[in-house]
Design a protein around this ligand. Structure first.
Ligand SMILES: Cc1cc2nc3c(=O)[nH]c(=O)nc-3n(C[C@H](O)[C@H](O)[C@H](O)COP(=O)(O)OP(=O)(O)OC[C@H]3O[C@@H](n4cnc5c(N)ncnc54)[C@H](O)[C@@H]3O)c2cc1C
Length: 326
């Protein structure tokens, strides 16, 4: 039968989106092999989180221990290494997040199993993992295949659709942590919240992004009005952040955020690969650019070649009219 193991990531009492995305990908893998999808939940006081996850996995395995109350890669590694040794899952999925990047390489080394990092696509083929991952900063996508079974894969945030709720809740089981002793190498000191900014662009279904083509910060309201008319949020390319026209929290791309909205509208953005790597899982991409040869048109589903100062107000007006039914 086999098992697909997903390490549930949570922070301050909230299951993180990456967990549901991994469960979405994990469910497809499990279906392809008739395997069991297990969410492994480590921590303390996890009742509500376990209930939430049971709508998305066949089994939620809860491991509670005071030493797991806060993420500790050492303690997590000890539990995961034991679970993987005992059960040899077909694959163990971990978020390609700050937590996962700290944990996965060390875990894979301890177990002597293959690690595929930052996967954007995962399949099982004859018991081995086939995956795609970006290399050279996202310029190239490499297709990789694990050399052995029980591979560990870290999954790129925003690259997989979140799992829908199942009709019947999965089973919740409790296991002992069986930690060997106190974790002394690292100590949790406290959370320092990052400045989140006024909106989380990764959460919106409609993202309107502005690039250097806007020319001057005084022109930003033009694109902001379009975002508002569409019911979306305003994001940007890196030069707009570098010039301090918008905060870093609005930047899309390899050194900014990955977004996967239903609609991504790029205004005055050339389409450098560092930008494109942050938008590739958008459902529909629309580009407005005065240069017909701009690389953004190679990935856009719809392209408007024209001056943004003409096109954007016209679009905003048409959308407002359509909404008011005129
Ligand atoms: C390590 C590294 C990390 C990076 N990370 C990121 C990242 O996360 N995100 C990111 O975006 N970039 C990133 N970059 C920068 C990236 O390489 C590009 O420089 C950047 O994406 C270009 O931004 P842009 O498209 O807004 O500007 P430009 O490339 O200057 O393009 C502006 C576009 O606007 C068009 N235009 C100008 N005027 C008008 C007008 N009136 N009407 C219509 N169109 C007009 C032009 O034709 C042009 O295509 C990174 C670079 C490096 C080296």
């Amino acid at each position: 039968m086999g098992e697909i193991l997903v390490l549930a990531e949570h922070r301050q009492g909230v299951v993180r989106d990456i967990t549901f995305e991994m469960l979405g990908a994990g469910r497809a893998l499990a279906a392809s092999r008739g395997a069991q999808l297990t969410a492994l939940l480590l921590g303390q006081g996890l009742g509500e989180l376990a209930n939430a996850l049971s709508a998305h996995a066949d089994v939620v395995e809860v491991v509670e221990d005071a030493r797991l109350a806060q993420f500790s890669s050492d303690a997590y590694q000890e539990v995961l290494a034991r679970v993987i040794r005992e059960r040899t899952p077909l694959v163990c999925l971990i978020g390609h997040t700050a937590y996962g990047m700290e944990l996965a390489p060390s875990l894979a080394t301890e177990l002597g199993v293959p690690l595929i990092a930052d996967a954007t696509c995962v399949e099982l083929e004859e018991g081995l993992i086939r995956a795609e991952r970006p290399v050279y900063g996202g310029k190239v996508r490499a297709r990789v295949r694990s050399k052995g079974p029980a591979a560990i894969v870290t999954m790129q945030a925003g690259a997989f659709a979140a799992a829908d709720e199942r009709a019947t809740a999965g089973q919740i089981v409790h296991s002992d942590a069986l930690l060997s002793g106190e974790q002394t190498r690292k100590r949790f000191v406290g959370f320092v919240e990052a400045v989140l900014g006024d909106v989380d662009i990764a959460q919106s279904d409609i993202v309107v992004s502005v690039g250097r083509g806007i020319g001057d910060p005084k022109n930003l309201p033009l694109v902001e009005a379009l975002a508002r008319a569409l019911g979306g949020v305003l994001s940007c390319s890196r030069p707009v952040v570098d010039k301090k026209w918008l905060p870093k929290t609005r930047q899309v791309g390899i050194s900014g955020k990955t977004v996967s909205p239903k609609l991504y509208l790029a205004v005055g953005i050339s389409g450098a690969f560092q930008h494109l790597s942050g938008i590739k899982s958008s459902t529909t991409i629309v580009a407005v650019n005065k240069d017909p040869k701009a690389p953004i048109f190679r990935v856009a589903d719809y392209g408007i070649v024209g001056d943004l100062f003409t096109v954007v107000p016209a679009l905003t007006e048409r959308i407002a009219k359509a909404k008011s039914g005129k």
